[in-house]
Design a binder for this molecule. Structure first.
Ligand code: SAT
Ligand code: MN
Length: 620
């Protein structure tokens, strides 16, 4: 069989392989091409020209809709298959040699078995399509904390999205050629255009396969993804590499790969703090990352909205980078009043997926404006008018946009050594029990807080929205190895950091009152909580006075949290911080049950923390 190295028509993407690609990349591409049988193989260079040509291919094929350039220059709308709108955790696998290394929270299949099964799936899966070779860097190219990968994909939509979300092109390929380690990321939508009989069939708007696999091979640092074109399943630099595979590399190398946003907080007197915060998918991470302060003098700048890689620096402190190059944000709920920085970021050069289309060629979603336009084309291409009883945009509709377009982007967001981290925050979506903010007593208590986070399920993954689930470190769907070993790794990182370790906090913007309404205004007013956190980080006499001990941790002393002008009643404030010992003993029971699922791999430090929590509750 001949493998064409030529460009597909009409795309003019690089016709020849770049001179002397790393021979093992070449060998792997040849091997995959022989298996998947694409019409053509294209080595991507990440250039503007290539981006324009790929865009044109997608427009010609009807897979992208060009938005009105007057409102949204350089921007496009993609509409997915209705069965390919979110991550599929039930079809996500960690294929370690030993089942126990994947742990009870991951789906496990023996790696040889999975490769055999997937080899069958990939056989001929790209017939009639183009195989794109996408060399990329997670983190600034050549940065101290950065890592390299190559994604092979038969989806031009995925290539364009990778151009936004990662650093693609010749520079990462050169580093790979020079012998740097790299991750193999293989992706096919699993929808060949030519059948067994050699007959060519017309393409569809969003090719995918009902049978999906997102398989990770941690020992060999490989990802094989089949059947889905959706972001978290298909943009393999993101959750698959930067979290699942990177968490394993991080364990082996002594650092942390986390589902965290990164921000820089500046106080009115110009003190700066760098904070990393973990929240489950679709819990307002992008909003916090782009927060516009309602307190005069305070400023939040954005470094990342989803993933952070953290590593001890030469000074002994923890330093962090955002390995991504763009934002893959949840569109619904993003509006001028909730996240004006996000609205400004997506002024143009944005790929929207599963948003609604306005009659004049712009996008719209629930929460973008207070009132919906009188007529829309919904995310499935159907006519839509207000009052139909169904949303116009899919609840997990997304925008994919370069981070550099964010008006609040911090000047050091691409620093090769990263930024020093002052505090780590854990959050979730909890209607009850969890107070607005608390501070961990020490690192191990912080690890306990992270390990026991639970959250109400959102639309970012398949499953019943609203159900409560444990989501330790917001990493449940993203940890590439046994979660209990991951907790032990966190404990050991803390030991190494010693007194240079960042302080750890927990927040909950979503607590509801007895009457069912949210107690806290959230959004820009979350700066008030960050202000308290900053006060605690100062380490002054005033810091000590700002807090008191509680059974769950350290909480704001009376008057230490600025709630002026919010119109909160005494009762609201009480309810925001109320600790019901009976309800909390029940939570502790659930934690005990949860830990039991990991057997004796749970670090002793966490069992001690649980016992101490119970003792404090009993004394409360
Ligand atoms: O997994 S995605 O990257 O598609 C989004 C998320 O769930 O955080
Ligand atoms: Mn996420």
């Amino acid at each position: 069989m001949t493998i064409l190295e030529s460009r597909p028509t009409p795309s003019g993407a690089r016709a020849e392989a770049p001179s002397a690609p790393a021979s093992d990349v070449r060998a792997w591409v040849d091997q995959v091409a022989a298996l998947t049988q694409p019409d053509a193989v294209v080595w991507c260079d990440g250039s503007d020209r290539e981006r324009h040509e790929l865009t044109q291919v997608l427009l010609d094929e009807g897979k992208l809709i060009r938005l009105n350039g007057e409102y949204r220059p350089g921007s496009y709308l993609a509409r997915s298959d209705p069965d390919d709108v979110a991550r599929v955790e039930s079809r996500t696998f960690i294929c370690s040699q030993d089942r126990d290394d994947a742990g009870p929270t991951n789906n496990w299949v023996d790696p040889a078995e999975m490769k055999a099964e997937l080899t069958d799936r990939f056989a001929g899966s790209m017939r009639g399509r183009t195989l794109y070779v996408v060399p990329f860097s997670m983190g600034p190219v050549g940065g101290r904390l950065s890592k390299l990968g190559v994604q092979l994909t038969d989806s031009a939509y995925v290539v364009l999205s990778m151009y936004i979300m990662t650093r693609v092109g010749a520079a990462p390929l050169e580093l790979i050629e020079a012998g740097e380690p790299w991750v193999k990321a293989l992706h096919s939508v699993g929808a060949p255009l030519i059948d067994e009989a050699g007959i060519r069939h017309p393409d569809v708007e969003w090719p995918c396969n009902p049978d999906k696999y997102i398989a990770h091979f941690p020992e060999t640092r490989e990802i094989w993804s089949f059947g889905s074109g959706y972001g978290g399943n298909a943009l393999l630099g993101k959750k698959s590499f930067a979290l699942r595979i990177a968490s394993v590399i991080a364990r082996d190398e002594g650092w942390l790969a986390e589902h965290m946003l990164l921000i820089k907080l500046t106080s009115p007197v110009g003190r700066t703090f760098h904070l990393a915060a973990a929240f489950p998918s679709a819990c307002g991470k992008t909003n916090l990352a782009m927060l516009r302060s309602t307190l005069p003098g305070w400023k939040v700048e954005t470094l990342g909205d989803d993933i952070a890689w953290l590593r001890q620096g030469e000074d002994g402190r923890l330093w962090a980078i955002n390995p991504e190059n763009g934002f893959f944000g949840v569109a619904p709920g993003t509006g001028e009043s909730t996240n004006p920085n996000a609205i400004e970021t997506i002024w143009g050069n944005t790929i929207f997926t599963n948003a609604a289309l306005t009659d004049d060629g712009d996008v719209w979603w629930e929460g973008m404006t207070d009132t919906a336009p009188l007529h829309l084309t919904d995310w499935q291409g159907a006519d839509w008018t207000p009052g139909l009883g169904r949303p116009a945009a899919h609840p997990n509709a997304r925008f994919t946009v370069p981070a550099a377009q964010c008006p609040s982007i911090a000047d050091d967001w691409e620093a090769h050594d990263g930024v020093p981290i002052d505090a780590i925050i854990f959050g979730g979506r909890r209607a009850t029990n969890v107070p607005l903010v608390l501070e961990a007593r020490d690192w191990e208590h912080g690890v306990f807080l992270g390990a026991t986070i639970a959250s109400e399920q959102t639309a970012a993954a398949e499953g019943a929205v609203g159900a409560l689930r444990r989501d330790p470190f917001a990493m449940l769907p993203f940890c590439g190895y046994n979660m209990a070993d991951y907790w032990a790794h966190w404990v050991s990182v803390g030991e190494r950091l010693g007194d240079k370790a960042p302080k750890i906090f927990q927040v909950n913007w979503f607590r509801k009152g007895a009457d069912g309404r949210y107690l806290w205004p959230g959004f820009g007013d979350n700066i008030r909580v960050l202000e308290w956190i900053a006060a605690r980080l100062e380490g002054t006499d005033a810091s000590a006075e700002a807090a008191v001990d509680g059974p769950l941790g350290v909480v704001p002393a009376e008057g230490a949290l600025d709630v002026s002008g919010l119109g909160l009643t005494e009762t609201d404030l009480d309810e925001l911080f109320a600790v019901d010992p009976t309800a909390w003993q029940a939570e502790a029971d659930l934690t005990e049950e949860f830990f039991a699922g990991f057997g004796d791999r749970v670090p002793a430090e966490l069992q001690t923390q649980l016992a101490e929590l119970r003792a404090r509750l009993a004394a409360a």
